[in-house]
Design a protein around this ligand. Structure first.
Ligand code: CTP
Length: 413
């Protein structure tokens, strides 16, 4: 979705600048045009040559270079971009932006631009929490600058806390969300609609250190949340423990167990559509141990006494005034895919089932592609094998079509 978009990276001087190479690679993979403005301090961390090789474009650094300014003035650099990203956004460049300084090419472009600006802060934890930096972030936010991160983590200075720059994939997701938000209303058929998506596995505690879970990666559910948000929906994503990044522009509620997932779904309030893509554990421990279960020499292994988990999809599908207009479930099957999925739709009371074969040979669990069949009251639609993102976009499109159609009662009026 970034094809043909022009991204201007303002690369400032911080150790996190090394992540810019990967960011450029990800943007170029999507056929975005990337150009860099490199500050003097930035050039101490990454070389103009590496940026030039990766962007296949000239790197701009010098405000007073006759060649730079005559070829491409600071105003033109901004005009030629769809979006600017300050990466890494150091305490220094944020302060210069907040103060309206224009003392080098980077700060001048940032002052002169009327394009959306995203900043990816990276600095020592105390510099980030310093009142001066927080005041600058507040000023810039009020002026419409958007921020991605910083994340918590161990930093190059060996301290732990907020200040670590977001990963390149997270920055790309934030860029996509900002460019989506710029799109005209016609591209947002789900504007004003609320969506709930469940994603990832659940973890059911055996004792404080062990759990029962499954291989779900959350890739499909997260992609659906992102796709619904791209179409303008106000999305709440309730996610079990996953390593995929949070989709940008989506409210994410992180949970562990099925009980917590159900509670979070109910707390999300009334929604127009619910998509249950989570691989919820069917059973939990009847009585999880409160202390670590110890091995007893010579004793038999413990038996795990299980009890069923609540069925979140079935609960959300129950008829009633609060029922979402559309409830979509997934059927992960390893045999008799269509027959089992049709039966599951009736049993759970949902409107649609997205059926997919998760036998190990298909590589669906944890993989990037998916072959699905959409089962509704109208019948079965077979979709071709698509990336999980394309499946998500196609499903979000079908949901938009359904929700923007008049209800049967309205149509009859
Ligand atoms: N689901 C749910 N809550 C559960 C179990 C499943 O919300 N406790 C949802 C899943 O998110 C998915 C659908 O129900 O949308 C079907 O999940 P699946 O694991 O395929 O079905 P099961 O209910 O586990 O049925 P079976 O074990 O018979 O395959």
């Amino acid at each position: 979705m970034l094809k043909g978009k022009r991204i201007l990276l303002v690369v400032a001087g911080g150790i996190a600048a090394f992540k810019v190479h990967e960011l450029i690679r990800l943007l170029r993979k999507q056929d975005a045009a990337v150009r860099c403005v490199l500050t003097e301090a930035g050039a101490k961390f990454v070389t103009p040559l590496s940026l030039q090789a990766l962007t296949e474009d000239k790197v701009y650094s010098d405000m007073f270079s006759l060649t730079d300014e005559s070829e491409m003035g600071h105003i033109q650099l901004s005009r030629d971009a769809d979006l600017l990203v300050v990466v890494p956004a150091t305490a220094n460049i944020l302060a210069r932006m907040a103060g309206g300084l224009a003392d080098d090419l980077a700060s001048t472009v940032l002052l002169a631009t009327d394009k959306p600006v995203l900043a990816a802060p990276a600095m020592n934890v105390r510099m980030w929490s310093h009142a001066a930096t927080q005041a600058n972030v507040g000023t810039l936010t009020a002026r419409g600058i958007r921020f991605v991160g910083p994340n918590d983590g161990v930093m190059a200075c060996n301290e732990f806390g907020p200040g670590r720059m977001s990963e390149p994939v997270e920055i790309v997701a934030a860029i996509e969300a900002m460019l989506e938000a710029e799109k005209p209303a016609a591209d947002k058929p789900l504007a004003g609609k609320r969506a709930l998506v469940t994603s990832g596995p659940t973890r059911e505690a055996i004792d404080p250190v062990r759990y029962i879970s499954n291989h779900s990666s959350g890739k499909q559910g997260h992609a659906i949340a992102a796709a619904l948000a791209q179409l303008g929906a106000d999305v709440t994503l309730v996610s079990g423990p996953v390593t995929v990044p949070d989709p940008a522009g989506v409210a994410v509620v992180k949970i562990d167990s099925a009980d917590q997932m159900l509670a979070a779904c109910l707390a999300a309030g009334a929604v127009d559509v619910a998509v249950c893509a989570a691989a919820v554990a069917d059973w939990k421990m009847a009585a999880p141990a409160t202390a670590k279960i110890k091995k007893q020499a010579g004793a038999a292994p413990p038996s795990l006494v299980l009890t069923p988990n609540p069925d979140i999809l079935a609960t959300l599908s129950r008829p009633g005034p609060k029922r979402p207009r559309l409830v979509v479930g997934f059927a992960a099957e390893t045999e008799n895919l269509i027959a089992n999925a049709i039966d599951k739709r009736t049993r759970k009371g949902c409107d649609w089932i997205v059926a997919n074969d998760v036998s190990p040979a298909t590589g669906t669990f944890g993989g990037d592609r998916n072959t699905v069949h959409l089962i509704s009251a109208e019948g079965v639609q077979d979709w071709p094998t698509l990336s999980k993102e394309r499946v998500a976009m196609q499903l979000a499109g079908a949901i938009a079509l359904h929700l923007t159609r008049p209800r049967p009662a309205e149509a009859a009026e």
